[in-house]
Ligand binder design. Structure first.
Ligand code: ADP
Length: 176
């Protein structure tokens, strides 16, 4: 599914984010930037050890914030590492932190003058964020950002499985 928000194409696809050729791909990292399971492990495997070397130098990233490294062997030149919240029932500021993870990633891409960025469904795997709410927050935060900032040409959500893709499509339709 594809829509245009201001001057930016917002696209949803099912796929593997490590194969993306956007300027940056976003990693759903942990606050130690230590690598891990899921999309984090896949990005480090596909990108090679230089990404982890850069992560070690940066040292860490608080929940809701974002940092950037180069993309190593990936097609994407940059990896933006952001840390989504672990879902603990919804009363611990999770929604605000998840929105912040998306917003800070978009701001970092803009500040580096990048034109395209790809996101996974942050926090919806190991971090257990309920999928529909996470999708709504991801999309609403992105749309709100794009209504105020026209520098990005493409924001793509790369959803790994068909259920996640279907839920993102459903939530995007509701927001439009
Ligand atoms: P978190 O710890 O933030 O929950 P996970 O990596 O466990 O992060 O899961 C986030 C989402 O990323 C899940 O929907 C998972 O299916 C998805 N995912 C896993 N591998 C990939 C990949 N190669 N490309 C895109 N998404 C992926």
């Amino acid at each position: 599914m594809e829509v245009v928000i201001g001057k930016t194409t917002l696209s949803l696809i099912q796929g593997d984010i490590t194969q993306e050729d956007t300027d940056a791909i976003v990693n759903a990292a942990n606050s130690r930037l230590a690598g891990g399971a899921g999309v984090d492990g896949a990005i480090h495997r596909a990108g090679g050890p230089s990404i982890m070397e850069e992560c070690r130098k940066i040292g860490g990233c608080p929940t809701g914030q974002a940092v950037i490294t180069t993309g190593g062997n990936l097609k994407a030149r940059w990896v933006i590492h952001t840390v989504g919240p672990v879902y603990q029932g919804g009363g611990k500021g999770e929604a605000g932190l998840l929105a912040s993870a998306y917003r800070e990633s978009l701001k970092l891409a803009s500040s580096r003058k990048l034109k395209s960025i790809a996101f996974p469904a942050i926090s919806t795997g190991v971090y257990s964020y309920p999928l529909a709410e996470a999708a709504r927050i991801a999309l609403k935060t992105t749309i709100d950002y794009l209504r105020d900032h026209s520098d990005l040409e493409l924001v793509r959500f790369v959803l790994f499985d068909s259920r996640t893709y279907d839920v993102f499509v459903e939530e995007l339709k509701k927001l439009l």
